[in-house]
Design a binder for this molecule. Structure first.
Ligand code: FES
Length: 125
């Protein structure tokens, strides 16, 4: 069996939603101290819906594929659903990641939750 699923390879080779959003109202950046990879998520939220999302990931192929898939999963979703997004859901949507690469999907979960937190901090003021 191949180490990476076709979906992982597809999202690694053709990542969706790469870049940054000038008018983002929620931005989250996280990193993994062990591997040194960094992920940044930009959310544009209106009426409690994620209208747009972009990411910048400086990291391994699994981190890029995880960011890409995570953006696809949350685009158009209400904030309440996005809050429930787990790294497991991201990995499952990619048809799995090798065990030792699961931490890459954790970065996607953390970056999105950090961006949501930023959004909430901005709007609650
Ligand atoms: Fe660190 Fe993939 S090896 S995020």
């Amino acid at each position: 069996m191949a180490l990476y699923s076709e979906k992982v390879m597809d999202h690694f080779r053709n990542p969706r939603n790469v870049g940054f959003l000038e008018d983002a109202n929620g931005v989250g950046e996280v990193g993994n101290a062990k591997c040194g990879d960094i992920m940044k998520m930009y959310l544009k939220i209106e009426d409690d819906i994620v209208r747009d999302v972009k990411f910048e990931t400086f990291g391994c192929g699994s981190a890029i594929a995880s960011s890409s898939m995570a953006t696809e999963l949350i685009k158009g979703q209400p904030v309440s659903e996005v809050r429930k997004l787990t790294n497991k859901a991201v990995a499952e949507a990619l048809d799995g990641l090798p065990d030792y690469k699961m931490h890459c999907s954790v970065l996607a979960e953390e970056a999105i939750q950090a961006a949501l937190e930023d959004y909430e901090n901005r709007t609650n003021r």
